[in-house]
Write a protein that binds this ligand. Structure first.
Ligand SMILES: C[C@H](N)CC(=O)CC(=O)O
Ligand SMILES: [Zn+2]
Length: 304
């Protein structure tokens, strides 16, 4: 793996997995998303991974007009790298999912590297009371949900994004997704070094055990040699433990309320910035340094 300068922290601010009734700290309105993103950048996040929500009921939305207000405020107050989702919500069509990236042509966008079951229903054990009916349906319907990312879908997003100078955060939820990435690299559709966001602990993908992390790392080393940038995303309670293990092994890290609502066992995080500060403390305790947005741009060779 390329000799890494510093640890790139990505903060995933709101996402499309958790719902407002689960935590009052989950940002929903454009103002809330912007303010939490700016605070996360100030706390040390070099990359901000962004989704939008309907301000009325918090429902995930890929409407570019819901992204526009917080994108301009974030750009006004930080030089963080903007990473816009193409995953949207697993309940959306690929066309719908691509709208904001095609509108705003960001430096970075997420790209999910395979179709999979996407089990959110276990959260119904933990969360019982919902203000909006869509929240319960969102979880319940995931029993019969396929997060669709066919080779045609992936190629379409890759080609269209690359035409706009956008590079990708390749979301790999399992070993097969690394092979899918290798396939598109072999076809010359992926610019080097690929930024691999390995996702652990989503039901339907690979588990959150340190053995799973090692297996993803060994496989990536075998497929990509030292020509890739690695990042670790642990879902839920696995967020900080896996990010810590990853950082100690030379990986970049991702935190944020999209991936986990927690700061400790049974303790809701009060903000995205709180999670960024927590992982920053770990990184600096490992005698590593946090990358600035421009250092992240250089490492990932972004258009800036
Ligand atoms: C597990 C994460 N929700 C992965 C993600 O962030 C997908 C996307 O936005 O494209
Ligand atoms: Zn996302």
């Amino acid at each position: 793996m390329a000799s890494k300068k510093k640890v790139i922290i990505t903060c995933a601010v709101t996402g499309a997995i958790h719902t407002p009734s689960m935590s009052k700290h989950l940002p929903v309105t454009a103002e809330q998303i912007a303010d939490q993103a700016i605070a996360a950048a100030k706390a040390g996040a070099a990359i901000l991974h962004l989704h939008a929500r309907d301000p009325q009921n918090g429902k995930p939305s890929q409407d570019p007009e819901l992204f526009r207000p917080f994108l301009s405020k974030i750009r006004e107050h930080t030089d963080a790298v903007i990473n816009i989702t193409t995953g949207g919500s697993p309940h959306m069509t690929v066309e719908e999912r691509m709208r904001p990236v095609m509108t705003f042509k960001p430096e970075l966008a997420s790209l999910n590297m395979g179709s999979m079951n996407f089990g959110l229903f276990p959260m119904l054990e933990r969360f019982k009371n919902f203000e909006h009916e869509w929240e319960r349906e969102h979880l319940e319907n995931s029993r019969d949900l396929i997060f669709k990312n066919t080779y045609k879908d992936i190629e379409t997003i890759l080609r269209r994004g690359t035409d706009n100078g956008t590079r990708f955060e390749f979301e790999c939820y399992d070993i097969s997704h690394l092979y899918n990435l290798a396939h598109f690299m072999d076809r010359g559709l992926v610019q080097s070094p690929p930024f691999i966001q390995s996702v652990f602990g989503i039901l339907g993908g690979i588990g959150p055990n340190p053995e799973d992390l090692m297996h993803m790392r060994r496989t990536a080393d075998r497929l990509f040699g030292d020509n890739y940038q690695w990042s670790i995303l642990g879902a839920g309670r696995n967020q900080i433990p896996l990010a810590t293990m990853g950082a100690a092994m030379g990986s970049n890290v991702r935190v944020g309320l999209e991936d986990s609502l927690w700061i400790g066992p049974g303790q809701l995080a009060s903000s995205n910035g709180q999670q960024v500060s927590q992982i920053r403390t770990v990184i600096e305790a490992l005698n590593l340094e946090v990358a600035t947005p421009d250092e992240a741009r250089a490492t990932l060779q972004l258009k800036g």
